[in-house]
Design a protein around this ligand. Structure first.
Ligand SMILES: [Cu+2]
Length: 452
């Protein structure tokens, strides 16, 4: 009897939970309401079966309980009942699956008016490509991928010259646009999923997969890589920004075309960079060796792509604007002295060309423990701390240890990396959180000191 009551309570509880729980689908922001409909239908079918089976079980427990003088009846066959059960089950299964097939047919058939955009995945970030004025994407190949050509654009394809390249994890789309999103991976399996859009698709190296959707609501939505694509899989995030045509056009007009990115590479002027560095040496030193008393880190030995990004962060307030970021606030106005992107590029190229002098260790820690911790960091910063540009990760070996320590604290406390425009700082916040306490930070920095 008690058992029957428990079963009934479970049924009533489950149904009430389903109806009243606050956990339901995030509000939809695309045309794919049919995905939700199929899901709701599945809930109805499985829900009804769940209630019927359990109520019948409770009933049987009571009705056929053991009673003195009663014997169980043996009935191995019941044709009529079997026909009914088979029939009802078939109807239920068809009701669950058939709408899914119809939705899938829609999903694989891209509407004629769809606009092509490409999302490129790699461990562990996203970048995006738009076809440009001519509406045609240029051809790409992994063998063309290099530091100066991260998208692997075919340099000889005229269609690719005006393609718009977005390095950074924000995909902008106009409201109401039907987007045919081509998905390409540079390394391993990834998956492009935006919960509010209700559609997702794997990225498969060597082939181009796709999904399509129509944006129906202005807003910013998170992109998740829903494929276990490696150690840093959980940091592989990005955002889709759905905005008005006006905002979208204003944004896209500021993005460089492939031809423009190549042209700027050719104009880098290290001699001008050296002159510009004149305003930096009072703090960072004539050899870029840094000065701990002024809290200015060593910057010689760092790569140009990273220096340029940080300078732009300081310029735009992504770094050095947090109220507790005392040292970042000192640096921010200095970056402001660089008045154009070409100045940023030139000074970065000059700094990267400086000889990489050795640093003196100032932090003590347990190197062996640090080594174990560093195994994770090596995925991005390199086994030898050499930095990996493809991961956007800076050089760690031979850099100022006291500075790395404060930065790890800053990431942990959200003083650095929490700004909305900080694409990769976000990853470091998640990583710094894995360092349990101060001694873990000291240990890993002490180990990095051994790498130079
Ligand atoms: Cu991934």
């Amino acid at each position: 009897m008690l058992m029957a009551i428990v079963v009934l309570l479970l049924v009533v509880g489950s149904v009430l939970f389903h109806i009243y729980s606050p956990w339901w689908l995030t509000p939809i922001a695309s045309n794919w309401s049919s995905m939700d409909d199929t899901l709701v239908l599945t809930f109805w079918v499985t829900g009804i079966v769940f209630v019927l089976v359990n109520v019948f079980m409770a009933y049987s427990i009571v009705r056929y309980r053991h009673r003195e003088g009663h014997r169980a009846e043996y009935e191995p066959e019941n044709k009529k009942l079997e026909y009914w059960l088979t029939g009802i089950t078939t109807v239920g299964v068809v009701a669950m699956l058939a709408p899914g097939l119809a939705t899938w047919a829609d999903f694989v058939q891209v509407p004629e008016n769809a606009v092509e955009v490409e999302a490129v995945g790699q461990q562990w970030h996203w970048s995006f490509r738009y076809p440009g004025q001519d509406g045609v994407m240029g051809t790409v190949a992994n063998r063309h991928v290099s530091k100066s050509n991260p998208f692997g654009m075919n340099p000889d394809d005229p269609n690719g010259q005006d393609d718009i390249l977005v390095v950074g994890n924000k995909l902008h789309l106009p409201l109401g646009q039907v987007t045919h999103l081509l998905l390409r991976s540079k390394d391993v399996l990834h998956d492009f999923a935006v919960p509010q859009f209700r559609v997702k698709m794997d990225l498969i190296p060597g082939t181009v997969t796709y999904q399509w959707f129509e944006t129906t609501k202005i807003g910013q939505y998170e992109i998740l890589c829903e494929e276990l694509c490696g150690m840093g899989h959980f940091v592989m995030r990005g955002h889709v920004v759905v905005e008005s045509d006006e905002d979208y056009n204003a944004w896209i007009s500021t993005q460089p075309t492939y031809a423009e990115t190549q042209a700027t590479l050719a104009t880098i002027d290290i001699v001008r960079g050296e002159a510009l560095y004149g305003s930096c040496l009072s703090c960072h030193g004539s050899e870029g060796q840094g000065n701990q008393i002024l809290n200015a880190p060593k910057i010689a030995g760092q790569e140009a792509h990273y220096i340029a990004r940080q300078l732009n962060y300081f310029k735009s307030g992504v770094r050095g604007s947090h109220k507790d970021d005392v040292f970042g606030q000192m640096m921010a106005p200095m970056a402001g002295l660089l008045s154009s992107q070409s100045e940023v590029r030139d000074v970065s190229a000059y700094i990267a060309s400086m000889p990489n002098t050795a640093t003196v260790a100032t932090i003590e820690g347990n190197i062996f423990r640090g080594q174990t911790i560093y195994e994770n960091c090596a995925n991005c910063h390199g086994v030898k701390g050499q930095g990996i540009e493809a991961m956007n990760a800076p050089v760690a070996a031979g850099m100022s240890d006291w500075y790395m320590m404060t930065q790890l604290h800053n990431f942990k406390e959200g003083i650095r990396g929490a700004h909305d425009g900080d694409f990769y700082g976000d990853q470091m916040i998640l990583m710094a959180d894995t360092l349990a306490d101060d001694s873990a930070i000291n240990d890993v920095v002490a180990y990095i000191n051994t790498l130079q």
